[in-house]
Ligand binder design. Structure first.
Ligand code: SF4
Length: 339
């Protein structure tokens, strides 16, 4: 474990995870977990940056996300933790806030987008300061690598700037300079065939859904709009159902394409077959998920162990930080880790 590079990644607990998360990140995490020392943050405090909505269900959503994580095959031995339960992160974010100018935060593309959409006066301090909080989440654990898509590179750059500023101001090189682990983050279009798969748009297939519900959602998918009649040849490249085939059953795509283009296959049977494939694909994940859902104490124990581990690591980092900042106050007995 000690020789492995450390990765930090995670999700907001906004509800059950779905196929969009699987294609975008979860599959990749399952692949990375044996090679790296993985810290998975369930970033509950980030929920509050979103106009103070949807916070009633944070605890149940944390449980759902954990069951999804374990269901897709992330191993319980990884370090899973809840952001708010590691108060060292908030403390570190406070210290980092002294190193970042307001102008720098306002240059963040996400902040610019928010200002454009809702007006600059709607932006709360917590949203503006979110990259600082994210830097604390990363640096507290001295994570070497952060899996990100291209659009998140500015956040990692902000974190790296904080490291450089800290070193320069306090003269101590405590932090690892994190590197982005840039990968393509594929975006899965939802079952409406128009928007990114998302819970809020109700165009998703969750791990928690039953086979029957999955089938209903797939059967309702819009297909090639140029194919008016069953006897018409289809255009797989213009059909989202075909896109799903290529993601979830790639070896079947040549035959699906051929049968579609020659009108041997009808859309209804094509979707029914896809639903069966998808359900087969998800069967193992769903079974594992059900196992954890039926054992909530076990799930909370895994999270509790991970959160304790995260507090210990973050506490050690904070001890170094306070010493560097000359605020460790050993005579007050407050120098060790968390308070
Ligand atoms: S047969 Fe399948 S791939 Fe072809 S248009 Fe219909 S749903 Fe799409």
């Amino acid at each position: 474990m000690q020789n492995k590079k450390r990765i930090l990644t995670g999700d907001r607990p906004t509800g059950q995870l779905h196929l969009g998360h699987y294609v975008g990140t979860l599959k990749n995490r399952v692949r990375l977990q044996d090679e790296y020392d993985c810290f998975f943050i369930i970033a509950d405090l980030q929920v509050f940056t979103d106009h103070l909505k949807n916070y009633d269900s944070i605890e149940s959503n944390v449980f759902e996300v954990m069951c999804d994580y374990l269901g897709v095959g992330l191993k319980p031995e990884n370090t899973f933790f809840v952001q708010s339960q590691v108060p060292e992160l908030a403390e570190l974010a406070m210290y980092f806030s002294f190193l970042v100018t307001l102008a720098r935060l306002q240059r963040n593309p996400t902040v610019k987008d928010e200002a454009k959409t809702y007006g600059a006066t709607s932006i709360i301090y917590g949203f503006l300061g979110y990259p600082i909080s994210q830097a604390a989440d990363i640096l507290a654990f001295k994570a070497d690598l952060i899996p990100v898509g291209q659009d998140q590179l500015p956040h990692i750059e902000q974190t790296r700037e904080i490291v450089r500023s800290f070193n320069q101001v306090f003269g101590k090189e405590i932090f690892v300079l994190p590197e982005p682990l840039v990968g393509e983050v594929p975006i899965l279009v939802g079952t409406d065939g128009t928007n990114k798969m998302s819970k809020s748009l109700d165009n998703y297939v969750a791990f928690a859904h039953s086979s029957e519900k999955t089938e209903r959602r797939i059967l309702n998918m819009v297909t090639d709009c140029k194919r008016a009649y069953r006897k018409d040849p289809g255009h797989p490249n213009e059909c989202f159902v075909f896109k799903y085939w290529s993601i979830f059953a790639p070896t079947d795509t040549p035959i699906v394409r051929q049968e579609c283009e020659t009108a041997v296959r009808g859309c209804k049977e094509c979707k029914a077959q896809l639903a069966r494939k998808l359900n087969e694909h998800l069967a193992e994940i769903r079974e594992r998920r059900r196992h954890y859902v039926s054992q909530p104490d076990l799930v909370w124990d895994i999270l509790s162990t991970g959160t304790k581990q995260a507090r210990m690591v973050a506490g050690e980092t904070l001890t170094e930080v306070r010493e560097a900042m000359k605020i460790s106050f050993p005579k007050l007995g407050a120098s060790k880790g968390g308070r």
